[in-house]
Ligand binder design. Structure first.
Ligand code: GUN
Ligand code: ZN
Length: 428
């Protein structure tokens, strides 16, 4: 498709962070059209400019709709797809009752293939074009996920979840096998097509100090990789970490001590942070990943978005499927808004949309490639119908600007609001 194509509508891009200035909307730009060629954004501007740029290209008219970068979900567990919305447990009981039994099934490559395909189909239907996923301890689960993403041409990050204690028989590796298996997977997948490996110790309670040390050594040897884990999600969990690591200054220290604190580190949840932890995370430029539907669903607590942004933390947004209760980044933005309200700091629509695209892309260190509409970026795009249901359209038709027009879709929208999705310039 050398001639490319042009999408016409409200094309949303960001020239900076809407958390930086006085008015969030000043960081956003709305243009008339975006041109795509050979899987990349050729440009954005007026329709006439785009037609001059790509004279052979067909124009698809999405007037009234919002065209933006595809959603980037910075923390998910694809193996938990089939146990999403499981009732009544808090974190540790939820892991033992629902998560671990399901994750056992991923020793079977055929089952892993089935769920990986189902997960990527569901998320694409919700407008998500990139995810960063935990897999299970089984290398097969990583192979299945990367193969499914590769077949779809998607940019994803993923890694083998490492656990060598406090997990059932059949779901434990060792310090050495976690190192060896992870390194083999890095060799097999990292940098192939659009795939990136994330070194993945699940969280301190399920790794011995020996395993954390091995993971730190592996990351030291492969600094090109992301590293993802969980941090300070629930107060019971934090108390458990204190018992398991009596020498540690705090939860983050259990990672820091073993070389698992770094700029390419992704720390999921990060709700109940101490002063020292906040300082260290900021000094390293590490990324905190906010998972709002998970935090309310599992009953974890209220992430301090305003305070953490004000002190200059790097923050991404994520569903945390299946601790999170939705595959949708729209629903996730709504939950982030509600948590902001409970803390007295509501987020602007521009901030929510930025978090779900560029914010997460920056967290994943992929912002040079995805998460915004700019010439040269990979063409992962979503077209949002701002009147997808009667409930939404009766509100959005009164809107006086685009932010008021999109906010009902953020709060009430679902996969019906996703008109079109493009991955690497190919329509899904
Ligand atoms: N902490 C350790 N593992 C998990 C997980 O799978 N989900 C959530 N929400 N928190 C975790
Ligand atoms: Zn998680």
């Amino acid at each position: 498709m050398a001639s490319g194509f042009i999408l016409k509508g409200h094309v949303l891009s960001f020239s900076g962070s809407p958390f930086d200035g006085e008015r969030p909307e000043d960081a956003a730009r709305l243009q008339e059209a975006v041109a795509v060629q050979d899987g990349r954004i050729a440009g954005a501007g007026t329709l006439a400019e785009m037609q001059a740029l790509l004279p052979e290209a067909a124009t698809v008219d999405h007037s009234g709709k919002l065209i933006m970068a595809g959603f980037v979900d910075a923390h998910v567990h694809y193996p938990q797809t089939a146990i999403i919305a499981s009732w009544g447990k808090r974190l540790i009981d939820w892991l033992n009752s629902y998560t671990f039994p399901e994750e056992m099934r991923f020793a079977d490559r055929a089952y892993a293939d089935e769920i990986a395909a189902r997960y990527l189909d569901l998320t694409a239907a919700h407008g998500t074009t990139t995810v960063c996923s935990y897999c299970t301890i089984h290398s097969e689960s990583v192979d299945a996920f990367f193969a499914a993403a590769q077949a779809r041409g998607q940019r994803v990050a993923a890694g083998k979840t490492c656990m060598d204690r406090n997990a059932p028989e059949g779901l434990r590796d060792t310090a050495q096998s976690a190192y060896d298996d992870s390194e083999a997977l890095i060799g097999r997948w990292h940098g192939v097509d659009r795939l990136e490996y994330a070194i993945t110790p699940r969280f301190s309670p399920t790794s011995t100090p020996e395993q954390l040390e091995a993971m730190g050594a592996l990351w030291g040897k492969h600094p090109e990789c992301l590293m993802q884990t969980h941090l300070s999600e629930q107060t019971d969990e934090i108390a458990w970490v204190r018992e398991l690591f009596p020498q540690a200054r705090d939860y983050l220290d259990t990672y820091e001590e073993f070389g698992l604190l770094g700029a390419k580190g992704l720390y999921g949840h990060a709700i109940h942070l101490e002063e020292r932890e906040r300082h260290r995370l900021r000094d390293y430029g590490a990324a905190l990943i906010h998972c709002p539907t998970s935090n309310t669903f599992i009953g974890s607590g209220l992430f301090d978005m305003a305070g953490l942004m004000a002190e200059g933390q790097r923050i991404g947004l994520a569903t945390d499927t299946g601790g999170g209760s939705s595959f949708s980044m729209l629903r996730t933005m709504a939950a982030a808004y509600e948590i902001g309200q409970l803390r007295g700091t509501p987020l602007h629509a521009a901030q929510l949309l930025w978090l779900a695209t560029q914010g997460s892309a920056i967290a994943l260190r992929m912002d040079g490639k995805i998460g915004n509409i700019k010439a040269g970026m990979e063409a992962d795009l979503v077209v949002l119908d701002l009147a997808s249901t009667p409930a939404i359209s009766q509100r959005s038709e009164r809107a006086e600007d685009v932010w008021e027009a999109v906010f009902p879709t953020i709060m009430m929208g679902d996969d019906r609001a996703i008109s079109e999705v493009w991955i690497g310039g190919r329509r899904v």
